[in-house]
Design a protein around this ligand. Structure first.
Ligand SMILES: N[C@@H](CCC(=O)N[C@@H](CS)C(=O)NCC(=O)O)C(=O)O
Length: 206
C-alpha cells in the first residue's frame, strides 16, 4: 500500500497549490486527488466526511485528515520538514503573522480579484484591488533588506504567500511596482523541486 500523502485539490486553487508546492520542495511523498468543484463534488459525501466545511485542500496522511492550507503547511513542516518552521519564539510568531496575512489580506485582495476575473465571482473588483494595494505595499516594505519573509532562509511563510501573489496579474493586480516582491517570487521559483500552478489567461497576464 502506498504511504503517499493524499492532497485533495483543485488545480487552479492557490490554497491547494501552496500545499503541493511545499510537498514538492521538501520531497514529501504525495499524490494529487482532483476534486471536481464545478460539479459540486466538494459539497457532498464522501468529500464532506473529510472536510465538513466543503473546501479544498484537504490532506490524508495515513489516518490523519486535515483541512485548511496554512494548518496543513504547519503540520507538514513540523512532521516532515522542520527547518521550514523555526522554533525560536519570535521567528515562529513572525511565520504565523504571514500565515494570517495569507489567509486575510492576500485572500481578500489579490485572491478575490482573481476569483472575479478567472471564475466570474460576483465580488467588488475595486475593493479587492485596493486591499491588494495595501497588502503588497506592506509586503514590499517588509522585504527591504531581506531575502526571505522570516529569518535568513525560506519558511512556510514564503510558501503561503507565493501562489496568490505570483498569480495576482490574473486578477488585474500588477506586480510591476514591487521589485522586492518579484525578487522573492523568483527566489522561490529557483528552489529545487518548484512546481508552478497553471496560469490562466485572465487579467494582465492575458
Ligand atoms: N481557509 C481555507 C480556504 C480554502 C478555500 O477557500 N478553498 C476554495 C478553493 S481556493 C474552495 O474550496 N472553494 C470552493 C467553494 O467555495 O465552494 C484554506 O486555507 O484552505
Amino acid at each position: 500500500m502506498s504511504n503517499a500523502i493524499k492532497i485533495h485539490r483543485f488545480p487552479l486553487s492557490g490554497h491547494c497549490h501552496r500545499v503541493e508546492l511545499f510537498s514538492s520542495l521538501t520531497g514529501i511523498n504525495y499524490e494529487l486527488v482532483e476534486v471536481d468543484l464545478a460539479n459540486g463534488e466538494h459539497k457532498r459525501d464522501p468529500f464532506l466526511k473529510l472536510n465538513p466545511v466543503g473546501l479544498v485542500p484537504v490532506i490524508e496522511d495515513g489516518s490523519t485528515v486535515l483541512s485548511d492550507s496554512n494548518a496543513i503547511l504547519v503540520y507538514l513542516a513540523r512532521k516532515y520538514a522542520p527547518d521550514w518552521l523555526p522554533t525560536d519564539p519570535y521567528l515562529e510568531a513572525e511565520v504565523h503573522r504571514f500565515l494570517a496575512f495569507a489567509a486575510g489580506e492576500l485572500a481578500s485582495g489579490p485572491g478575490a480579484a482573481r476569483l472575479i476575473t478567472v471564475f466570474g465571482r460576483p465580488l467588488d473588483p475595486e475593493r479587492a484591488k485596493s486591499v491588494a494595494k495595501v497588502a503588497f505595499d506592506n509586503l514590499e516594505a517588509h522585504l527591504d533588506g531581506r531575502e526571505w519573509l522570516v529569518g535568513d532562509r525560506p519558511t512556510i511563510a514564503d510558501i503561503a504567500i507565493y501562489s496568490y501573489t505570483a498569480h495576482a496579474p490574473e486578477g488585474n493586480v500588477s506586480l510591476e511596482p514591487y521589485p522586492r516582491i518579484r525578487g522573492l517570487l523568483k527566489r522561490i521559483e529557483d528552489l529545487p523541486g518548484f512546481v508552478a500552478m497553471p496560469a490562466t489567461k485572465a487579467g494582465l497576464a492575458a
